[in-house]
Design a protein around this ligand. Structure first.
Ligand SMILES: *Cc1c(COP(=O)(O)O)cnc(C)c1O
Length: 355
């Protein structure tokens, strides 16, 4: 017998969600963001499902090279760019585009040969204050890039800090548009939240990540509310049933105490699989097609589900931890985090089944 925990990856859902991106941003090209092993879904697998996107954006140069060598013909963009000048020949050999976000990278570009034809996305810091040229540095940086014979094309780029929140994007758009107006260059601004909420940000290239995987970027709306389909369903089975008496406790630390006789199902899934350890009693979980709650502390390999209202549930009953029927956003919210983190943290030991 094999352990019953599996992550089902629905390739049709990835394609479907890409079509939703197109519906929201019909005039833009799409960089499908596949960083962090495609948000836990598997880079090669997601790249295959998202072959219709004009580009793929990720962080690691070696992963981008592997995509090229596997026959990927799409534009490839490194979102943090290069870290050392020794990477430049690899970028040009494999036609991989790079973000340039700071002075250090401009210095390294002096080592780029004049015939390199490097494709550059110059990142402007419009208020996020992580990466990017400050507005006052930007004109100089752009001049340096445009006058470099080895730079074949420049696209302007920025990233939003609060596209998913009431503060919105206007305050950053004002900075961006002031710098971009008069510069006849393509632009790339929108993450998933901006794709969904701010059409004025769409421009030439959008960069959706989380929505491709069927998860909402907003705290107050689920992926299903937005019309997305979850691409990952993490599912397992009940492998033992406990009849708890009033006063019995469950699991490490005895964090849950039964107030009345309670049936508990022990589920083959724990934090070593990527389920959040800090998910408290009451986190939503589905057993045998019925919604219920977790009980007690999540341990490394196991967690408990309340079977009180589900008399038909027994050892062998199917459990959905998140995905189809159990929005990962809801599990994440119960655990004080976001769906992004749960998807990315899927552990390598979890078996993947593609459908
Ligand atoms: C991760 C990332 C995105 C995608 O963000 P989502 O919220 O997942 O859509 C877009 N642009 C950059 C620069 C990123 O790092």
């Amino acid at each position: 017998m094999i352990r019953p925990l599996i992550a089902t990856i629905d390739l049709a859902a990835l394609k479907y969600n890409l079509a939703i991106v197109r519906r929201h941003a019909p005039r833009s090209k799409v960089f499908a963001v596949v960083k962090a092993n495609a948000y836990g879904h598997g880079l090669e697998r997601a790249a295959r499902a998202l072959a219709e996107a004009e580009g793929l954006a990720l962080l690691e140069l070696d992963a981008a090279v592997a995509l090229r060598e596997a026959g990927c013909r799409q534009r490839l963009l490194l979102l943090e760019g290069f870290f050392d000048a020794s990477e430049l020949p690899v970028l040009t050999r494999h036609r991989i585009a790079t973000v340039v976000h700071g002075r250090e990278q401009l210095d390294m570009l002096r080592q780029l040969p004049g015939n390199a034809a490097l494709d550059v996305f110059v990142k402007i810091n419009t208020g996020m204050n992580r990466l990017g040229f400050a507005p006052e540095e930007f004109p100089d940086a752009l001049r340096t890039l445009e006058s470099h014979p080895g730079v074949a094309g420049v696209t302007l780029m920025t990233h939003f800090a609060s596209a998913d929140e009431p503060r919105g994007v206007q305050w950053q758009m004002e900075v961006y548009d002031r710098l971009a107006n008069g510069v006849k260059l393509p632009g790339s601004l929108a993450n998933s939240a901006a794709v969904l909420r701010y059409p004025e940000t769409h421009r030439d290239w959008v960069r959706p990540g989380i929505m491709l995987y069927g998860c909402s970027p907003f705290a107050e709306r689920s992926g299903a509310d937005i019309g997305l389909r979850p691409a990952m369903t993490l599912e397992s089975r009940v492998i033992a049933v406990r009849e708890l008496k009033r006063g019995d406790t469950v699991g490490y630390g005895g964090l849950f105490t039964a107030k009345r006789d309670t049936r508990a199902g022990v589920v083959a899934c724990g934090y070593a699989d990527g389920y959040p350890r800090h998910a408290p009693t009451g986190t939503p979980i589905m057993v045998g097609g019925r919604m219920t709650r977790t009980l007690g502390r999540v341990s490394m390999d196991l967690l408990c589900a309340d079977l009180s209202g589900i008399p038909e549930a027994t050892a062998g009953s199917r459990v959905v931890l998140w995905g189809e029927g159990v929005p990962v956003e809801r599990v994440a919210a119960a655990a004080g985090t976001v769906g992004y983190q749960l998807l990315c943290a899927l552990a390598p030991r979890v078996r993947i089944v593609e459908i």
